[in-house]
Design a protein around this ligand. Structure first.
Ligand SMILES: O=C(O)c1cc(=O)[nH]c(=O)n1[C@@H]1O[C@H](COP(=O)(O)O)[C@@H](O)[C@H]1O
Length: 236
């Protein structure tokens, strides 16, 4: 398993949200040594499939962000398939429930053993504010739902959680140092929030207890993505 990071650049996960596998690989090459991991997500996976992600995994640690959410048998099957060429991290939705997470953990261990990915449970998406969450039937402050799903996921075998910077401190207080906390919805000062609802700066997220921070557009849409990544690392 990839080690918990202790210094600036290692904490950065660059989300390469593109359909273009060759462009993703080229940018991953430019960012090598300047970020800790590359994130390949649904856009790249749907466009280019496992073959589009494999060269990234061969080049360095990859967070494969598929946010699996289905019945336990189906998620176990997808996890098995992914773990034949294991990424460093894999996401699944905490809202899928304990049996789904247990099934994914068993499948990952069966196929990849010690080389299995860190399994991260997504709690409440960072694009969701309290009103949007209430419209799905979950009333109250998002932090309550984040805590509920976090406890459920960890007790079912998740190694860590994906949460917004707004909940990191509460999760660290409640859950201690052990779970990996991976935090998207991070915006350097002056960077547009876009569709993200629960945001903070990279330094704030790390100070609150994030192990890794995930940044997509603040790096990929910058005129100079390498300089953008270096500036974020320097701010930590
Ligand atoms: O699992 C994730 O990485 C994730 C969870 C979440 O709650 N919010 C979230 O934004 N993400 C991912 O983090 C990245 C954020 O991208 P930017 O908003 O461009 O920085 C995207 O690739 C999202 O898919």
């Amino acid at each position: 398993m990839i080690a918990r990071p202790t210094k600036g650049a290692d904490r950065i996960i660059a989300a390469l949200d593109t359909e273009d596998a060759a462009a993703a690989l080229a940018l991953a090459g430019r960012l090598a040594g300047r970020v800790g991991l590359i994130k390949a997500g649904l856009e790249l996976f749907c466009a280019a499939g496992p073959a589009g992600v494999a060269p990234l995994i061969a080049a360095g640690p990859v967070f494969l962000d598929l946010k699996l959410h289905d019945i336990p048998n189906t998620v176990a099957g997808a996890t098995r398939a992914v773990c034949r060429t294991p990424p460093a991290m894999l996401t699944l939705h905490g809202a899928g429930g304990g049996a789904m997470i247990e099934a994914a953990r068993r499948a990952a261990e069966d196929v990849a053993g010690d080389r299995r990915p860190i399994l991260l449970a997504v709690t409440v998406l960072t694009s969701i504010d309290a009103a949007t969450l209430a419209a799905t039937g979950v009333a109250g402050d998002p932090v309550e739902q984040v805590l509920r799903l976090a406890r459920l996921a960890l007790s079912a075998g998740a190694d860590g959680l994906v949460c917004s910077p707004r909940e990191v401190a509460r999760l660290r207080d409640a859950l201690g140092a052990a779970p990996f906390l991976v935090v998207p919805g991070v915006r350097p000062l002056g960077s547009p929030a876009g569709d993200q609802a629960r945001t903070a700066t990279p330094a704030e997220a790390v100070a609150a207890g994030a192990d890794w921070i995930v940044l997509g557009r603040p790096i990929t849409a910058a005129a100079d993505p390498v300089a953008a990544a270096e500036a974020i690392a320097a701010s930590l």
